[in-house]
Ligand binder design. Structure first.
Ligand SMILES: [Zn+2]
Length: 224
């Protein structure tokens, strides 16, 4: 009863379309959930996400769960995760990923969220990629590693071209305790794959201190 009164005054709204959610729905209404544009790349070898890294860095497997279109459901959900203080959306989507891309996570030893700089963490209060990793970990039972650190603060990059963005993120990560990862399979986790340059820098940073490691990539959205 109290719950119903609360909902009357503070209705929970769908992050996709803004309509009120019923009791069984979480973050997305049934319609928006049904309309989510799944890539199914996790079961496709040489998929476009893997191709993104070809000729740049060695990546074992790579996938994104959803297509990310401007003004689409996925953009508004990820926007809520990043800018509207809804960290739980990350956990929700991580759990969804673990269920729908299950096999992809088999054999991974560590989930490694792409780190934010401390300054960004202070602004936002959380790392969205870490929240996604928590969601995956809660289902797949894989340990989360926090040893990948960001060492240079990168200001907002939206006005820079691809090359400048790459230059800007180069050498901005480092892996602590590299000995732990000897012979292991690491899964890097990020929210959206655009140019892939951030993830590329992460792969380089890991390999620089621990060459005996396999690295895969998972992102929620694929913006190509
Ligand atoms: Zn909706």
């Amino acid at each position: 009863m109290l719950h119903e009164i609360y909902n009357l005054f503070f209705p929970r709204l769908c992050l996709g379309c803004g309509c009120p959610l019923n009791e069984c729905e979480e973050f997305l209404c049934e319609h928006c959930k049904f309309d989510l544009p799944f890539t199914n790349y996790h079961s496709v070898r040489d998929n476009p996400v893997e191709q993104c890294f070809w000729g740049k860095v060695p990546v074992e497997r790579a996938t994104s769960m959803l297509y990310y279109h401007k003004k689409g459901i996925v953009q508004s959900v990820i926007h809520s995760l990043k800018y509207r203080q809804c960290p739980e959306v990350g956990n929700y989507l991580g759990v969804m990923a673990a269920h729908c891309c299950g096999d992809f996570f088999c054999g991974m030893d560590y989930l490694m969220p792409v780190p934010l700089h401390k300054k960004k963490i202070r602004q936002r209060g959380y790392n969205q990629s870490h929240r996604i990793a928590e969601g995956i970990a809660s289902v797949a039972g894989i340990a989360i590693s926090e040893d990948l650190k960001r060492v240079v603060y990168t200001a907002t990059q939206t006005h820079k071209d691809k090359f400048e963005r790459y230059e800007n993120t180069l050498h901005s990560f480092c892996l602590e305790n590299p000995q732990i990862y000897d012979g292991k399979h690491i899964l890097l986790i990020d929210d959206v794959l655009t140019t892939g340059s951030t993830l590329e820098s992460c792969v380089r940073a890991v390999l620089q201190v621990q060459p005996n490691v396999r690295i895969s990539v998972f992102t929620l959205g694929y913006a190509k």
